[in-house]
Design a protein around this ligand. Structure first.
Ligand code: ZN
Length: 339
């Protein structure tokens, strides 16, 4: 097996042998990879990270929705057109999360490009949740499937199958990574269950600003009692706010959760008027830490969110401390050995 850096050296050697320089080639950039390396475009960072956990460095992966921005309203940049046109595989959440990206992909996809809607291949319309920020009358289901670890695993499975189809030479590598992702999801599931169990039953309630826990809560015995953000992503009206405050007082919710990506002043007002504590660092698609950090992964995202919930709702946030949040590629020798 050749490592990425070996392959880059190999490519640089070829170019030198051919008598030309390699201007602007940076290791790890799509241009610096072997000609037969799959080009993969993704959207939000949890999906980008799940794809990386299956593909490792066998694919050149470009996530086009920057971290920490509103993925629901993200307008792709003109430079994304080239990435989409050149891509072999375009993994999109679907369920109407990234409509502008999907439209741009459909308009610009090259002949070799395949657009894969992960969410649409994970659940059927019968399982769609329409709720607070995603009401039935607005026509778009809640698209946040990945906070449910088993849906995330299904995403990984679809990614494995698509990569293997397009790059059968490395199918074993993708399968080995997938098996380890599945193990890790099992461990994550156990850690989440134990963490939720540590929260007093009457506190297992989520009142969030951004409505991203609809497919997580029912699996783990939590209830999403409300989401504050209206379906148009504006701030709630005074009337909606008053109704929410009444509801929260009645439900005795101990904490309300804001989001890193959607700072909102109304949450502070709600907290003041209801006596709930206000926690502002829940994140639905914004990976914690910086690229390269152990916790900068889908696994780290889930662990961070569960810690935040447990700390605010009277549970034990330390249960997650033993959960491994590192990315699979490069951390597990069993994958390397399978080559
Ligand atoms: Zn979202």
């Amino acid at each position: 097996m050749r490592s990425l850096s070996n392959r880059v050296l190999w490519l640089a050697g070829l170019l030198l042998a051919a008598g030309c320089a390699a201007p602007g080639l940076a290791p790890g950039s799509p241009e610096a990879t072997e000609p037969d390396t799959l080009r993969v475009v993704t959207t939000v960072s949890p999906i980008t990270n799940l794809v990386y956990n299956i593909a490792g460095d066998r694919a050149a992966i470009v996530g086009i929705v920057p971290e920490g921005v509103n993925s629901h309203t993200y307008e792709p940049a003109p430079s994304d057109v080239r990435q989409l046109a050149d891509a072999d595989l375009i993994f999109i959440n679907g369920l109407k999360l990234e409509e502008p990206v999907l439209r741009l992909a459909e308009a610009n996809a090259g002949e070799q490009s395949e657009i894969v809607l992960l969410g649409d291949q994970t659940i059927t319309p019968e399982a769609y949740v329409y709720d607070f920020s995603f009401p039935l009358e607005a026509g778009s289901p809640n698209p946040h499937l990945w906070p449910n670890p088993f849906y995330a695993l299904r995403y990984a499975e679809i990614v494995r199958d698509k990569l293997s189809e397009r790059d059968p030479q490395h199918a074993e590598y993708y399968a080995a990574n997938y098996a380890l992702v599945a193990e890790r999801i099992e461990a994550l599931d156990g850690a989440i269950r134990a963490t939720v169990e540590s929260i007093p039953p009457e506190n297992r309630k989520l009142l969030t600003y951004h409505d991203s826990w609809a497919y997580f809560a029912p699996v783990y015995g939590m209830t999403v009692v409300g989401a504050i953000q209206p379906s148009d992503f504006a701030e709630p009206s005074a009337r909606e706010l008053a109704a929410l405050i009444d509801q929260l007082k009645a439900e005795q919710v101990p904490a309300i959760f804001g989001s890193e990506v959607f700072p909102s002043t109304v949450l502070e007002q709600i907290a003041r008027e209801t006596g709930a504590s206000y926690v502002d660092d829940l994140r639905d698609d914004d990976l914690p830490g910086q690229p390269g950090d152990d916790l900068h992964s889908y696994f780290g995202l889930m662990a961070a969110n569960l810690r935040t919930m447990a700390a605010a709702l009277g549970g034990d946030p330390t249960i997650l401390d033993t959960f491994d949040t590192r990315n699979i590629p490069g951390t597990d020798s069993r994958v390397e050995q399978s080559q």
